[in-house]
Write a new protein. Structure first.
Length: 97
């Protein structure tokens, strides 16, 4: 937990045994190349984790959707219906197994 000490108009916080100036506007961003970093439940509740993972297939699908949307709206609706049908059929197959 933050232990902020106010002396006069200044705020201070102790980090690693050293007293440092503190600003309410300070934000810390940590970046990792790990695909799925592990944090304890306590750490996860105190921070926001954003997953910026991008795959080639995901980008292709987004680009295809944009092109189809630009070219013909009817194709977009057809694609949407086909994808919903495929998802429904996949769920049915999983239920049968």
């Amino acid at each position: 937990e933050k232990q902020i000490v106010t002396k006069g108009k200044s705020k201070y916080i102790t980090v690693g045994g050293k007293v440092c100036d503190y600003s309410d506007e300070f934000m810390l961003y940590l970046v990792t190349r790990l695909p799925n970093p592990h944090f304890s439940p306590e750490e996860q509740s105190k921070c926001t984790i954003v997953d910026f993972t991008v795959t080639q297939k995901g980008l292709e699908e987004q680009l295809l959707g944009r092109v189809i949307q630009k070219e013909q709206r009817s194709l977009e609706e057809s694609l949407k219906n086909v994808l919903e049908e495929v998802n429904g059929n996949t769920k049915s197959l999983l239920k049968l197994d």
